[in-house]
Design a protein around this ligand. Structure first.
Ligand SMILES: Cc1cc2nc3c(=O)[nH]c(=O)nc-3n(C[C@H](O)[C@H](O)[C@H](O)COP(=O)(O)OP(=O)(O)OC[C@H]3O[C@@H](n4cnc5c(N)ncnc54)[C@H](O)[C@@H]3O)c2cc1C
Length: 432
């Protein structure tokens, strides 16, 4: 089926940070006769930096995502197609995507590739089978439900060794996601315990494994140390220089042979290229699509790539942009300006961005941040972290809901709802 047989479609593949920003910015200055068609495999965009908060029930899962249809201005002819792009015919200038209505072909005048990357689940033996990744809202809910199942089982378990294993949560990776998950998890366990009176705090342990000698290598060493202190003071065990070698059903084997007994392992390390990269047959470097400094793909007229899936050199310092939301958003803004300029026959500009800094929320009114060279830790960093992410939410309604929810969470007990999507016909079949 060919839909939207319009030669002036600006097709954007991927509704993440880069794709949604590009869609919004292109719509603002839409060239006459053109329209934006956003194709993404889910109907919503996910605010990945808030996923650890969904794990720790600091925020409703629905609030970590925003419907893509809200991002688009349909009065301008923009359109959202829920589908997975599987191929691009650069000569016929159309993309093929799998949708609820079967395979659909979408012609394009311009094509923006913004499909991000995937978590890598085969980095270590046993990872696929026994570790929980964190990249989607489904992952966040799975981790939270697993934590609640462990606590429920601990209440009934009499064997001391089994209780110890059930109560230990190992997080592999001491980067942003790892420390944020650890902070959220320890708070959650502290808060949830009041509903599980047979689980003592000394029965539960959160351990972070970091292969290098400090946490948060993306930030100055002093802030990594501040995060370490904050987590340790709340009972998180941080093991530096501890490299996981294998993940088993019973725990994690470290490279030095030590076996850490743990029923739950969360893995926040490793990404792999999106399979679409291979299907495109474009030039890549380390799994990312190689682009010119203005995001255009060489020898492919009207094709652009941006965000995590693209290898974009930052003209500010000559370095390849890191795969972060901060860069994806900034790149998408410049890409939109370049795409519109190229339609008008004007000059495009290279991507040039001075990084503003980085923020990490550690839970429990604690955070670390470096913004414009100023280092913050504790409450000011935490407030800044929350204010920043609130400001990034797409609609006022969503911002207000999250603000109310965060405020609510400061005064009311932790939510321990174990939400499962059990259908009536499965009630008897589903294990408790
Ligand atoms: C847990 C976690 C925490 C993070 N914390 C931070 C942080 O604190 N700060 C920060 O700056 N960055 C953070 N990041 C990184 C940040 O989320 C990414 O750099 C950012 O999402 C990249 O944006 P993107 O648009 O390129 O890709 P994505 O946001 O991954 O979006 C890609 C989109 O494309 C869709 N898609 C994929 N394949 C197809 C296809 N074939 N067809 C159609 N659609 C497709 C996907 O469903 C997705 O919607 C974090 C990431 C994770 C996982």
């Amino acid at each position: 089926v060919i839909v939207d047989a319009d030669e002036r479609n600006i097709v954007i593949v991927g509704g993440g940070f880069a794709g949604t920003t590009a869609a919004r910015e292109i719509q603002r200055r839409l060239p006459a006769g053109h329209r934006v068609v956003l194709v993404s495999e889910e109907s919503y965009t996910t605010f990945n930096p808030l996923l650890p908060e969904a794990v720790g029930a600091s925020i409703f899962p629905e609030h970590v995502v925003a419907p893509l249809r809200e991002v688009l201005d349909t009065t301008m002819g923009s359109r959202f197609v829920m589908g997975r792009v599987t191929a691009v015919d650069f000569d016929a200038r159309r993309v093929t995507c799998t949708t609820l209505a079967g395979d659909v072909a979408l012609p394009f005048a311009h094509l923006v590739l913004a499909f991000g990357n995937r978590p890598r689940t085969d980095l270590l033996p046993g990872m696929e089978a026994h570790a929980l990744p964190l990249k989607t809202i489904g992952d966040a809910l799975e981790i939270r439900n697993t934590v609640l199942r462990r606590l429920a089982r601990m209440e009934l378990e009499t064997d001391a060794e089994a209780r110890r294993s059930l109560g230990r949560f190992v997080i592999i990776g001491g980067g942003f996601s790892g420390v944020e998950v650890a902070g959220e998890l320890i708070d959650y366990l502290h808060g949830a315990r009041r509903w599980y009176p047979r689980v003592a705090m000394e029965d539960v342990a959160v351990t972070v494994l970091q292969d290098i000698d400090r946490l948060l290598p993306e930030l100055p060493a002093a802030l990594g140390a501040a995060a370490h202190r904050s987590l340790a003071s709340r009972g998180v065990e941080v093991r530096l220089g501890a490299r996981a070698a294998e993940i088993l059903a019973t725990g994690v084997r470290l490279e030095d042979g030590t076996l850490l007994s743990a029923a739950t392992v969360v893995c926040t390390i490793g990404t792999r290229p999106n399979p679409l990269v291979d299907a495109l047959g474009l030039v890549t470097e380390r799994g990312r699509l190689v682009v010119e400094p203005d995001f255009s793909v060489r020898d492919r007229q009207g094709v652009w790539a941006v965000g995590d899936c693209a290898r974009v050199v930052n003209a500010f310092d000559g370095r390849v942009s890191p795969p972060t939301a901060q860069f994806a958003v900034r790149q998408a803004r410049r890409l939109a300006a370049n795409l519109v300029a190229s339609v008008a026959g004007a000059r495009t500009e290279p991507f040039r961005y001075r990084p503003r800094g980085a923020l990490a929320g550690l839970g429990h009114l604690n955070g670390v941040a470096e913004v414009f060279g100023v280092r913050l830790s504790g409450l000011p960093a935490w407030l800044l972290w929350r204010a920043y992410y609130l400001s990034q939410m797409p609609t006022l309604g969503r911002r207000v809901r999250i603000f109310v929810e965060w405020t609510w969470g400061m005064f009311f007990p932790t939510d321990v709802t174990h939400l499962r999507f059990t259908r009536s016909r499965d009630v008897e079949r589903q294990a408790p």
